[in-house]
Design a protein around this ligand. Sequence first.
Ligand code: GLC
Length: 701
Amino acid sequence: PGAAGTTRAIERLGIPNTVVADGPAGLRINPTREGTFDTYYCTGFPVGTAIASSWDVALVEHMTKAMGNEVLEYGADVLLAPGMNIHRNPLCGRNFEYFSEDPLLSGKIAAAYVRGIQSNGVGTSIKHFAANNQETNRSDNDAVISTRALREIYLKNFEIAVRESSPWTVMSSYNKINGAFAQQSEDLLTKVLRDDWGYKGIVMTDWGNKAGTLAAVHAGNDLMEPGSDEEIARIVKGVQDGKLSEADLDRNVRNMLEYIVRTPRFNKYKYSDKPDLKAHAKAARSAATESMVLLKNDGSLPMKDVRKVALFGVSSVDFVAGGTGSGNVNKAYVVDMVQGLENAGFILDEDLKDFYKKYVDYVRVNRTASNEASTVMLGEAKVPEAELSRVYVDAQVKDNDAAIVILGRNSGEGADRKTENDFDLSSAERQLLSDVCNAFHLAGKKVIVVLNIGGVIETDSWKNLPDAILCAWQPGQEGGDAIADVLTGKVNPSGKLPMTFPIAFLDHPSSYNFPLGNEPKSNPFAAFFGGKSAPVKNVDFTNYEEGIWVGYRQFETKGVEVSYPFGYGLSYTSFSYSKPVVKAGKDGGITASVTVTNNGSVAGKEVVQIYVSAPVGGLEKPKMELKSFGKTGLLAPGASEVLTFEVSAYELASFNEKANQWETAAGTYDVLFGASVQDIRCSGKAVLKKPVTFAVSYAWL
Ligand code: GLC
């Protein structure tokens, strides 16, 4: 009960129904059932963007091994995850579920996620295939994208996941791509997914019932979810009328049977309904701490000689463990910021704590009466920040050793974010931040900001105010404890940004083709077009005019200043890179290695990013592109570790639309060892003597 859907049983053939359930931050089923006092809570893990910030494929695989055990032990067969669409623009409402602006990082994290889940003998569904990069009019929006941008950016992460983790299922997205619904596109579901990439599993639709069922079956969409008698009737009639070839149907049926016979349900697995939630909570907590990104630290962190803390911000109690929509998990509890700090032994200012508790309760109760949008799909809208008087803030200084200000954001399925009071801070938040900083700094006391967000917000205009900033993301049910683990230094933060924090929203070229305020569904002046409503930009169609220039590819190539760059993240220690070795590999690829040394005073982990600058000439390319990455183990002060990297000739290739092939040019490649895309510590060169090309199975578009 509470799962998203099933496949249908066919008793006479001994085919059971199988169960598919959401979601990316943990299994989503009803926590209680009729007629029993048993409970069926699931673990709320950190959201996709958080775990991608760990840049640690081993950690992701370990965490999702635990998550997948809950899928198995609660009797489901497929987890409808990971969500892995590219962060084309900061305002996409579901970015929290997705991983990165970069296809390599996104694909590698997704592959690790799939391997972890599937190690339990249950399936996954990489979604939403493809180019579902906005929520506005998601069911009908037509993503208009160049072939090169599709191949290099929007399909590349799915390709990596398919090739490196063999997901049991793929979920075709609601939207269109260049005029054809993804679920009805033979190019996408057969020629790219199967012919090009060798995919062997099934494709299911996202949750709807589009008229083009016959086209979907023909295209290679094997399963209609949630499924309806209407779609069955269309298929039967289609075959009878000769509009749908039985061969297509047989192919899909075979795919379905090959899926069904591998499910725990078909194999009569005796699930316990009693997964080890305590052990999984530990996995969720450690994944959360490994995912946090330290953006600023003047030395205030880890917090020493701090006993009494003034904790400001409604998100201290209106804490965001995860986003809303189908990605929301029915958790037994959430450790919020208040509980996390108190569990760690801090004494929180009682008056402040009491105020926020009452304020949040008051708003929650009263907003159902008001017309304020308090309901979002499967979740609750954020409580807006409370306005405190300066006098009241001043009064918090004397009894407290330091201040923490937590800023939270929520978003989710069914709606995109906005710039006002969302990407940008609200005036109440801005006022609170400046008042707290002024008041506590006057007394020589420190102020730490904690970002409890699911996606990028504006930071440049205020980051100079506090002494430290920790981006904790939406860290799952153990969030408060995980944040305290990092603030106290129990865990040294090692996360790095999986996307750019720009100075301004409009610095992203995609922002000129994004539904800013959830534009109206259809053209209000339709009557003037003789009843035909002219297509509305960013609603009926979205022009991916920026092409491959997404995120750091744009900012680094065009020299656009950013607030925090891709791959950025501080530590409580520092690392040096030495002895870079770069060689041309045998197959025309590149091998590289580097020694990382912890030259600080506390143990820590370092993420090394390998960026490659291709030789100039031929296709226009970004100044550099991420081609590999690795993370050290926990290095003690003074310890070193050698990290090695392999980049194949194919991974170096760019897509030539005219020739309709992948091309790796001959010439000298610069290999950059980065602590972020802007913090290049050392580099090397590799000469590829001859060009290499890789054909694709057909000309698309
Ligand atoms: C929703 C979402 C998808 C989810 C499915 C089942 O519409 O787009 O991510 O898995 O339906 O709930």
